[in-house]
Design a protein around this ligand. Structure first.
Ligand code: FAD
Length: 680
């Protein structure tokens, strides 16, 4: 009684680590980020007592987060960003590459670029195949959770890519002369996967190969586009408010026409599982307030007054406390989470479950700090190895890119005007403040997703496949079973013209590129970024110290595969062709970076290495997969070897997808909450 009177049980946001540790929670969630707040808010709909431990602060009404065009302004600022840097990347001139991760309530959804799009259906279907159909990870199983997390606001026709009819019908013929998937590769994959429950033909089926060309040569596919956005695939009452831009640069329309002139179709309905083509993406921007819609205002704020949801900010989880004994099935019970607050360690208790939502770098770090992972790695830092799970921190997959920039002729309106013209910038500021309209409401939204067949000749693709096949066979002994299963699917995706291999992101304004770190005065730019969607390279995230406050080492192994290097170079070359094609070419004053003097394969490859960056979509370091393949969590997101420790965040993606990561991460949070509610 004396203790109880000294401790006031907090409500809402708390910075009281003692009271938090004294609370008897049903569930403790580590990380109040994109997925973490989704899980927390959904569990708090029931009568459970839910605690969230978040390292960052709650920053409501912060214009650096909220104003849509301010995306990027918080990067590198420790009040918002963990500011990770990779280990030196051999294929990027040994540079370390910055990786931003949100360290604020809302996590990376508070600092991201607000693109809100979805992948190809075949990609989720492959997630399901890797998990033997368990858990409902196919498109049909995930669409409900994608819908549940969003409120879709259909665009006004005149708002959707002005000057370009969204309802224009366009049919595209793709003649495919590629040979069938090399049997040498399939034989190898077959023998590698021997003794697992997976077989090559079911993986290829899930990859959707038969759907387009099968394994036949000279096949012809015809892609047609639906006439309008299909609202049934969208949610109408979910927490995240999505909307379309209403301000566009005048260089956007010529760019779209150029892409279409190059034979890439306009996709008017990219969120229904067919995301091929150029399209106008939704953004996570609330159309009524024209502010960023992210996990804190979307999921946390509406539940903030609930007595059963308590968020401790400014506290970093340091370890999951596991029971000293295993149950009769050999599983540990997670009983609490230790956390550091102001240099002191406390432990919060959870009677039902603990959910890790620390994100793709911090979740594997916390698992290893808790003795869960590769025993060699864990014990080398003096940590007692409790669960032998070698997949922890492996399977890192990202979206690498090497952006290219162009100087645009004077007289055009891009985001550069905010920098070049102080009067315009002041007017834009007051326009936004008074009417919530104008350039400050705008974000990146012109995206192009293509299979290789859209921009490479069949002979080039065949030569890429030949090199890739030799590389895979020659290195076969180094690959995990999970990699083999994934490589079968990825090989299938090269043949499936419904699965994009490259995204081209169009940005109407300056961005730093390989040789140009800062804009020139009074200059207008366009940037086109080629982004690899399905790299064959795999990276790692592992602890380098038993000290939980020391960051884990992030090594994405960028461009380690010949496929990744060749395709990225070809994509950079294709951007040069795009910029030389009318009507966009009429606007281009100079090839800024790479400059016009770069015009050979070797020159473009040099540029690729110099300019390499991340689109900030690392995934897969606590992968959902069968344990025999190297999985970390099962199809119900439960960490193998535990009874009640789950992971819900982007680290669970079984494979990379051709979409920016947030819609899927919210869906994983929604699905995790659903799984947990069904259990309890
Ligand atoms: C700069 C940038 C731009 C991006 N642009 C886009 C985009 O335009 N569209 C898109 O779809 N995706 C984008 N992404 C990716 C997307 O935002 C992320 O993949 C997604 O938000 C990740 O969600 P998460 O739940 O896995 O992790 P996060 O949202 O990062 O949440 C993890 C949370 O856990 C907290 N945490 C971590 N460790 C601990 C610990 N030990 N103790 C306590 N708290 C901890 C963190 O502070 C954070 O709040 C971008 C990402 C970045 C960084």
């Amino acid at each position: 009684a004396q203790y109880a009177s000294a401790v006031v049980i907090p409500r809402g946001i708390t910075t009281d680590p003692v009271a938090f540790a004294a609370t008897n929670f049903d569930f403790v969630i580590v990380g109040g980020g994109t997925a973490g707040l989704t899980v927390a808010a959904r569990l708090a709909e029931e009568s459970y007592k839910v605690g969230v431990i978040e390292a960052g602060q709650y920053r409501p009404n912060d214009p650096l987060i909220d104003v849509p065009k301010n995306f990027g302004s918080t990067l590198g600022n420790a009040n918002y960003d963990w500011i990770y840097a990779t280990t030196p990347q051999v294929n990027a001139n040994n540079r370390t590459i910055i990786h931003n991760r949100g360290k604020v309530l809302g996590g990376s959804s508070a600092i991201n670029f607000e693109i809100f799009n979805r992948p190809a259906a075949a990609e989720y279907n492959a997630w399901s195949a890797l998990n033997l159909g368990l858990g409902g990870w196919a498109w049909d199983g995930l669409i409900g959770f994608l819908k549940k997390s969003e409120t879709f606001t259909a665009p006004l026709v005149e708002d959707l890519f002005p000057d370009i009819s969204p309802f224009k019908r366009r049919q595209e013929e793709v003649t495919d002369e590629m040979a069938s998937i090399p049997t040498s590769f399939l034989d190898f994959a077959d023998s590698a996967l021997n003794l697992t429950a997976l077989d090559v033909s079911s993986l290829l089926d899930a990859a959707g190969v038969a759907e387009t060309i099968g394994a036949t040569s000279n096949a012809t596919t015809r892609r047609s586009l639906v006439e309008k956005r299909d609202t049934p695939v969208h949610g109408s009452s979910g927490p995240v408010k999505a909307s379309y831009n209403t301000w566009y640069s005048d260089i956007t329309s010529p760019f779209i026409h150029t892409v279409m002139n190059m034979g890439i179709p306009l996709n008017s309905d990219p969120d229904n599982g067919n995301n091929i083509g150029i399209y106008n993406s939704q953004r996570s921007v609330d159309p009524s307030t024209q502010t960023r819609s992210y996990a804190a205002p979307a999921y946390y704020a509406p539940s903030a007054s609930k007595a059963n949801l308590i968020v401790l900010t400014g506290a970093q989880a340091t370890k999951i406390v596991l029971s000293s004994n295993k149950d009769n099935q050999g599983r540990y019970t997670a009983t609490g989470v230790s956390y550091s607050y102001g240099g002191t360690i406390y432990t919060a208790k959870a009677s039902k479950e603990i959910v890790l939502s620390g994100g793709v770098f911090n979740t594997p770090q916390l698992l290893e700090l808790s003795g869960i992972g590769n025993p060699d790695i864990v014990s080398s830092f003096g940590i007692q190895s409790l669960i032998d799970l070698p997949g922890v921190g492996e399977n890192l997959q990202d979206h690498p890119m090497s952006p290219c920039s162009f100087v645009i002729k004077p007289g055009h309106h891009t985001w550069d005007e905010l920098r070049n013209n102080a009067t315009f910038a002041a007017q834009a500021g007051s326009q936004y403040a008074t009417t919530k309209t104008g350039i400050l409401t705008s974000t990146i939204s012109t995206l192009t997703f293509t299979p290789l067949q859209s921009f490479l000749s069949s002979s080039k693709i065949i030569s890429i496949l030949t090199s890739l096949t030799s590389e895979l066979i020659n290195n076969s002994s180094k690959f995990s079973l999970l990699q083999w299963a994934q490589y079968v699917i990825q090989m299938g995706w090269i043949y499936n013209t419904n699965v994009p291999q490259v995204e081209f992101v169009f940005i109407p304004g300056f961005q730093p590129t390989g040789n140009v770190a800062a804009p020139s005065p009074n200059t207008t730019y366009a940037v086109i970024s080629p982004v690899l969607q399905h790299p064959f390279s795999r990276g790692t995230v592992h602890i380098t110290s038993a000290d939980p406050l020391v960051k884990a080492a992030v090594n994405p192994n960028y461009l380690a595969s010949v496929f990744d290097r060749t395709v990225l170079v070809e994509a950079i070359k294709y951007i040069r062709t795009l910029a030389s094609t009318a009507p966009f070419s009429d606007l281009v004053q100079t090839f800024n970076d790479p400059p016009a003097s770069v015009n050979t394969d070797d020159g473009f490859a040099d540029y690729m290495r110099k300019a390499l960056q991340s689109l900030k979509h690392p995934v897969g370091t606590a992968v959902i997969a069968p344990r025999i393949l190297g999985g970390v969590v099962d199809a119900n997101l439960l960490v193998y070897g535990t009874k009640n420790l789950r992971v819900a965040d982007a680290s669970t993606f079984p494979m990379q997808i051709s979409a920016h990561a947030q819609t899927t991460t919210y869906a994983i949070g929604e699905k995790a909450a659903n799984i947990i509610k069904n259990v309890w």
